[in-house]
Ligand binder design. Structure first.
Ligand SMILES: Nc1ncnc2c1ncn2[C@@H]1O[C@H](COP(=O)(O)OP(=O)(O)OP(=O)(O)O)[C@@H](O)[C@H]1O
Ligand SMILES: O=c1ccn([C@@H]2O[C@H](COP(=O)(O)O)[C@@H](O)[C@H]2O)c(=O)[nH]1
Length: 242
């Protein structure tokens, strides 16, 4: 971990939680022990007093781009992807509450019979009460991802950082799952991430974070209590500094 990370000064963070992380060692869907482990970490993180909003992905169920490759109209495929994030959001809400911490899933795609709709005001209200806020449905628009959703929510909620909880332990010179020679960065800038096409997050997310002066911390959610560790300035991660 880099000393550059001013973790313990953060008051509010947005955690981008990989949907794929929720499937554990499975091939898709939700793995109950993994869900409980991550929910426990989020509950511990909230217990430190830092306000936690989670933007949850949907890659364990569906990604729009894959649907489009199979012939589903892209906007419709993205709608299915957004629904996938709501499924994850509802599961996460219940798993966090099972850990004794209040949580509220707020969907950017209104589904009032399932959960509250997302609004900035509602999110700030629940955060002030110490609840973990789960932002589901991404941005609510097709042609975006939950990475961009995380940068957007972080900007509008005046968060101090985006914590990208993913499958790899940082940003590499190339995708480490495909290139065993890829080297890991400790620190880099948004400009460098964009210029080098580092696909750990999409360019729109890096650009939105850069424009709003938001640091991004990329780390592996496979580690025990990884989110809590990052809040304490510990753990292995790449710090993307504005
Ligand atoms: N330069 C890079 N450095 C690190 N990881 C990279 C890089 N390029 C591509 N990746 C890949 O990006 C992935 C993370 O991004 P992605 O948003 O696709 O998945 P995710 O965080 O698991 O979210 P979800 O499952 O919800 O879609 C990593 O698992 C890694 O394999
Ligand atoms: O703002 C958004 C966010 C997401 N989507 C769709 O959902 C899936 C799942 O999200 P991931 O970020 O890939 O985990 C995504 O592939 C899109 O199809 C969206 O349309 N708008």
């Amino acid at each position: 971990m880099t000393n550059a990370m001013p973790a313990n000064r953060w008051k509010r963070v947005v955690v981008k939680l990989s949907g794929e992380a929720l499937m554990g060692e499975g091939r898709n869907g939700l793995d109950a022990p993994t869900l409980a482990r991550i929910a426990g970490d989020l509950a511990s993180a909230a217990a430190t007093g830092v306000e936690i909003a989670v933007v949850v992905g949907g890659g364990n169920f569906f990604r729009g781009i894959q649907g489009a490759d199979k012939g589903i109209e892209r906007a419709r495929a993205d709608s299915i992807g957004m629904l996938a994030t709501v499924m994850n959001g509802l599961a996460l809400e219940q798993a966090i509450e099972a850990q004794g911490r209040q949580a509220r899933a707020l969907s950017a795609v209104p589904m009032p019979s399932l959960c509250e709709s997302y609004s900035r005001r509602a999110a700030l209200h629940h955060l002030a009460k110490g609840r973990v806020v789960i932002c589901a449905g991404g941005t609510g628009n097709p042609f975006f991802t939950t990475d961009t959703g995380a940068a957007l929510r972080a900007a509008e909620l005046s968060a101090d950082a985006v914590l990208k909880a993913t499958q790899v332990d940082g940003v590499y010179t190339a995708d480490p799952k495909r290139d065993p020679a890829a080297r890991r960065y400790d620190v880099l800038t948004h400009d460098e991430a964009i210029a080098r096409n580092l696909a750990v997050m999409d360019t729109a997310a890096f650009a939105l974070a850069r424009e709003n002066g938001l640091p991004i911390v990329v780390f592996s959610i496979r580690e025990e209590k990884a989110i809590t560790a990052i809040l304490m300035g510990a753990g292995r991660a790449t710090y993307v500094a504005p």
